[in-house]
Design a binder for this molecule. Sequence first.
Ligand SMILES: [Zn+2]
Ligand SMILES: [Zn+2]
Length: 268
Amino acid sequence: MQQHAICVTCGAQFAATGATPGHCPVCEDERQYVNWDGQAWTTSESLKKEHHNTFQEAEPHLTSIRTEPRFGIGQKCFVLQTSSGNVLWDCISLLDEATADRIQQFGGLRAIVISHPHFYASMVEWSHAFGDIPVYIHAQDRQWVMRPDAVISFWEGETLTLWDGLEVIKTGGHFPGSCVLYWPEGANGKGALLTGDTIHVNMDRRSVSFMHSFPNLIPLRKPQVEGIRDALAGLAFERIYAAFDTHIASGARTAFDKSVKRYLRIYG
Ligand SMILES: [Zn+2]
Ligand SMILES: [Zn+2]
């Protein structure tokens, strides 16, 4: 049986071929890095033997899922529940039966939306497991899809409206098609943003960063930061849930605005 190889370093799942892929374009890109011990691969079946997923409620109707022991770049995804259907925001490489069962208890999934290519993970496998639901990827990042499939819906333009006020907003920056998810009912109706690392929450949890590459510390250019600012102009949000362990629980709009100003001061 043909297996879908998964890159151990970035977690991206590849199209099935007779042999394992020779290299991983996602890791070879200047935003990422190749495994120090050389390119390495695994499969879903192997992952299931060595890893499991843990669930953590972030706030009512929002639950994060991550893999233990840590896998890939330590990606985290979120199940966002709304009365009109649930969204998986971002994705992780491991989908086992326990995870699928738990998500079915939440009411399953209606769509998968991904912030940028470092979170493509096993998105096609997840979609198939939940009834071939659409996976929304911004068309500008099309080249980074390593497992093409009919379930992937490449959207274009600046925003993608889902349902119940959910809106995907392209900010660009980290990747040309990098986006965030706006959840107006989040934070007790004050609004929340799910940002992947399109908007990175800093360790002080009072400010955010925007980068071309986080591991290699490559900054963005000034127009890209202005683009992120403009994409979110006029949007009210109290919280930011970022990709890893840092969140801004309150005052996120102010924190975002101050952070943008700091960048623009530095750029001069
Ligand atoms: Zn990789
Ligand atoms: Zn990234």
